[in-house]
Design a protein around this ligand. Structure first.
Ligand SMILES: [Zn+2]
Length: 433
């Protein structure tokens, strides 16, 4: 099966690097990416002017899964790899999502091997301008769309904003696809939850990531706040008033934080490495106005690992969520806290991510009818990223972790347990947990 959408992208001239990128992906050996890759090449060779449009392919069945299919599934996921949004040697590269998809196949975690237990959402709509505008300024959305002309002429541009974020001619379109995947997963999980107590866990395998994007612009590799947009969608379309967002990416999710700073109905809880990009998310940032107390930031000292995160889950995340009583849990799932990740220095392992996936699933079951969707954020070592996501799928299926076969305890060093304890005590005190 191929993706149901295609990008009708054409450039005034083909940037040699991009052409190479498309080619290398097309030979990566994963059938699903062929069509996208080939259409990219065709477009480039035709040399037609500028971005034409995003559209859906009508070649395939374009209906969403039936309620029966949704209810039979234990995991439902959507793939939005943003193959055209790529920069040579950049860590947030177009190889990330294909690496995950390849790992899922290798570890037999697709419907081909698991039948109805695992469902890939094939046909989903792009997010609309209104969806994006529920979080971002219209001027930013329009400005980014306009900038695509320049991107198609120059091949790659840096878009205006508070952090270095690149864009190619497909960035706008592919960012709408990414956000749309998240919305469709929320729709699917909510639909299933109306018919059963144990709906499937959702996972949006998407990029560009979103949690740094601020209302007025992109930031830190992020274009649109996928998780924030989904939170507003859950409220607006499904009447799910109270949304609990857990962000375990190694970096502070400043964009999500800022979007809901004064909103008492959206609780944002972020763990991140103290002192890492972008420097926000101090422990005393707790929201303001009506939203005071509905933002919890827990910076963890460098070197914090599995033991720290297990304690944080039990002593901070669980009581916080229990008190908040959410209607849905959304997760900014970043895998850059892994000990092998090149961009930070926490010591999470694949086993840590399995624990998080398993425990969050349980939490959602206890508190909000099992309604829960994960959104891919960071994670830049392709091996630890893809195995950690795959092991999270196993957690969703209720199967044992395969992390011991991947994690190497010999590379771990002692966690700064005293400083971790102090941070946990402090956050518990601030939030009366
Ligand atoms: Zn990150």
């Amino acid at each position: 099966m191929y993706h149901s959408w295609e990008l009708k992208l054409c450039a005034t001239h083909s940037h040699p690097m991009e052409l190479q990128t498309f080619r290398s992906i097309s030979f990566a050996g994963h059938g699903r990416f062929w069509k996208h890759s080939i259409s990219g090449r065709k477009c480039f060779s035709k040399n037609i002017k500028t971005l034409v449009s995003c559209s859906y392919s009508t070649e395939e069945n374009d209906t969403l899964p039936s309620v029966k299919q949704l209810c039979n599934a234990k995991v439902i996921y959507a793939v939005a790899p943003a193959l055209g949004h790529n920069k040579e040697s950049h860590p947030e590269s177009s190889a990330r999502v294909p690496a995950i998809v390849t790992a899922l196949e290798k570890m037999e975690l697709t419907s081909k091997f698991r039948g109805s237990d695992i469902l890939e959402l094939q046909n989903f709509k792009l997010a609309s301008a209104d969806d994006i505008a529920s979080v971002h300024a219209k001027a930013y959305v329009l400005g980014l769309e306009k900038a695509m002309d320049r991107a198609s002429e120059q091949g790659l541009i840096v878009i205006d904003g508070s952090g270095p974020t690149y864009a190619t001619a497909t960035t706008f379109c592919e960012s709408l696809v990414a956000a749309g995947a998240g919305l469709a997963l929320v729709d699917s999980v909510v639909a299933a939850s109306k018919n059963q107590l144990d709906p499937p866990m959702g996972f949006a395998l998407i990029r560009p990531p979103g949690h740094h994007a601020i209302p007025n612009g992109p930031m830190g590799f992020c274009v649109f706040g996928n998780v924030a947009i989904a939170a507003r969608h859950a409220q607006r379309i499904h009447g799910l008033k109270r949304v609990f967002i857990i962000d375990f990416d190694v970096h502070h999710g400043n964009g999500t934080n800022d979007a809901f700073l004064d909103d008492p109905d959206i609780f944002f809880l972020s763990t991140h490495q103290d002192g890492s990009y972008p420097g926000t998310g101090r422990i005393d940032e707790i929201g303001h106005g009506a939203g005071e107390g509905a933002t919890l930031n827990l910076p963890l000292p460098g070197g914090s690992g599995d033991t720290a995160m297990r304690t944080v889950f039990d002593e901070v995340i669980v009581p916080c969520a229990q008190r908040f009583k959410p209607d849905i849990i959304l997760v900014s799932a970043g895998y850059d806290g892994h000990v092998l990740d090149p961009l930070a220095s926490l010591q999470f392992t694949t086993g840590t991510y399995y624990m998080l996936a398993s425990n969050i699933k349980q939490l959602a079951k206890e508190l909000c009818g099992g309604r829960c969707v994960f959104f891919l954020e960071g994670g830049y070592n392709l091996d630890s990223l893809s195995y950690s996501v795959a092991d999270s799928f196993r957690a969703f299926l209720g199967e044992p972790s395969l992390a011991p076969g991947f994690d190497n305890p010999a590379i771990l060093y002692e966690e700064p347990s005293t400083r971790v304890k102090q941070a946990i005590q402090r956050v518990k005190h601030i939030h009366s947990l």
